[in-house]
Design a protein around this ligand. Structure first.
Ligand code: B12
Length: 217
């Protein structure tokens, strides 16, 4: 293995092992000789995909996934200035938030991190977001994708309200809507009129890429 591959491997391993200081240290070293985009694509994104897979297979649990996400964010912070300078073409723009009445934001934050890692420009509106604020953000920020999160049986139906609001304002064709959160499933996503549903952060990044393909075609 070349010293470079070795460094990228070390970054991957430290993220998967939730070692944020090591992830930062190896990323700083790798930046001395390597384009930020390569570090992002060959270390950070694969690492979070590995973490997502381990979570899906029941080999990692929520607290571990959060710690790994923190390690990835710490490394990503180092890459951000170089990524901005390199003027890398963004994968797309996403506005994300948890619907009104629902304060659960941990999962949504993880989805945002995963999307940033996958090269998307992400604007999070946080949690407990009224439908009008989502609609306003679609108007002003002009995202390719709107992400809606809900963790409560009582708040998930608010997603339908947001999507209907977009329709009423003539904005529905301008933005793809993806939904998620523990109480969601594909059937509810279809019922609410969303364009896609993903069960976890890794799948959300894959879904966002697939939605961008349908936007472009
Ligand atoms: C932490 C937590 C809280 C914290 C939230 C802190 C915070 N800042 O988020 C606090 C203590 C505040 C809280 C409050 C309440 N909670 Co609570 N909470 C939880 C708990 C334990 C974990 C949720 C979590 O963070 N999971 C971890 C993340 C990583 O998972 P996730 O959110 O599902 O996200 C993943 C996917 O769903 C997906 N995803 C998420 N969003 C999106 C968006 C898109 C677009 C996509 C594609 C994918 C996607 O990707 C994520 C990453 O893989 C759950 C129980 C559980 N095990 O789920 C209960 C739970 C969600 N809470 C529940 C309840 C009832 C409440 C309360 C009403 C009071 C109560 N009885 O505890 C209040 C509600 C407050 C309110 N108005 O919102 C219930 C909901 C039941 C239901 N079906 O409605 C649960 C299931 C507990 C239970 N078994 O009763 N809660």
């Amino acid at each position: 293995m070349s010293p470079v591959d070795d460094l990228l491997e070390k970054i991957k391993r430290s993220i998967v092992n939730m070692e944020d200081q090591q992830a930062v240290e190896f990323t700083r070293k790798a930046l001395e000789n390597h384009p930020a985009e390569e570090i992002l694509n060959q270390a950070l994104i694969p690492a979070m995909e590995m973490v997502g897979n381990e979570y899906e297979q029941g080999r990692k649990f929520i607290p571990e996934m959060l710690l790994a996400a923190e390690a990835m964010t710490a490394a990503l912070e180092l890459l951000k200035p170089a990524l901005a300078r390199a003027d890398i073409k963004k994968a797309g723009k996403v506005v994300m938030g948890t619907v009104e009445g629902d304060v659960h934001d941990i999962g949504q934050r993880m989805v945002c991190i995963m999307l940033e890692g996958a090269g998307f420009e992400v604007h999070s509106l946080g949690a407990d977001v009224p439908a009008d604020d989502f609609i306003q953000a679609v108007k002003t920020r002009n995202p390719d994708i709107l992400g809606l999160s809900a963790l409560l049986t009582t708040t998930a139906p608010r997603m339908k309200g947001v999507i209907e609001g977009l329709q009423k304002q003539g904005l529905r064709d301008k933005v793809k809507v993806m939904v998620g959160g523990a109480v969601l499933n594909q059937r509810l996503a279809d019922e609410y009129g969303a364009d896609g549903y993903a069960p976890d952060a890794a799948a959300a990044a894959r879904l966002a890429r697939a939605l961008m393909e349908t936007t472009r075609s």
